[in-house]
Design a protein around this ligand. Structure first.
Ligand code: SF4
Ligand code: SF4
Length: 91
């Protein structure tokens, strides 16, 4: 029996400048045409990260690879300001 793992997805958006790096590199959404087109999706439904009012916004976090049991750090490493943190808690 697998332990239940809780995923903590934290965005410290006061340090976010809305550059969109994290949106464009996200593995869960990088094939979306809106992302490939450049700026990243604005207010799209099926994305983990988007930019809204100049700040990163967490959308459907369950689409993030962490929820498929993978440990992806692409968005975390793309951010110059340490805005995004993801960790797991074993319960
Ligand atoms: S950790 Fe999740 S949100 Fe961040 S790039 Fe990977 S899949 Fe996307
Ligand atoms: S979280 Fe970081 S990488 Fe993403 S938009 Fe904000 S400043 Fe840019």
């Amino acid at each position: 029996v697998r332990n239940v793992t809780k995923i903590l997805f934290t965005i410290n958006d006061k340090d976010c400048i809305g550059c969109g790096n994290c949106v464009v590199v996200c593995r869960a959404q990088s094939s979306l045409p809106e992302v490939i087109g450049g700026k990243g999706p604005e207010k799209l439904g099926d994305v983990v990260l988007s930019i809204e009012d100049g700040k990163v916004k967490l959308g459907k976090e369950e689409l993030c690879e962490w929820y498929q049991g993978k440990t992806c750090r692409v968005c975390i490493e793309s951010c110059p300001f340490g805005v995004i943190e993801i960790e797991t808690l074993e319960e």
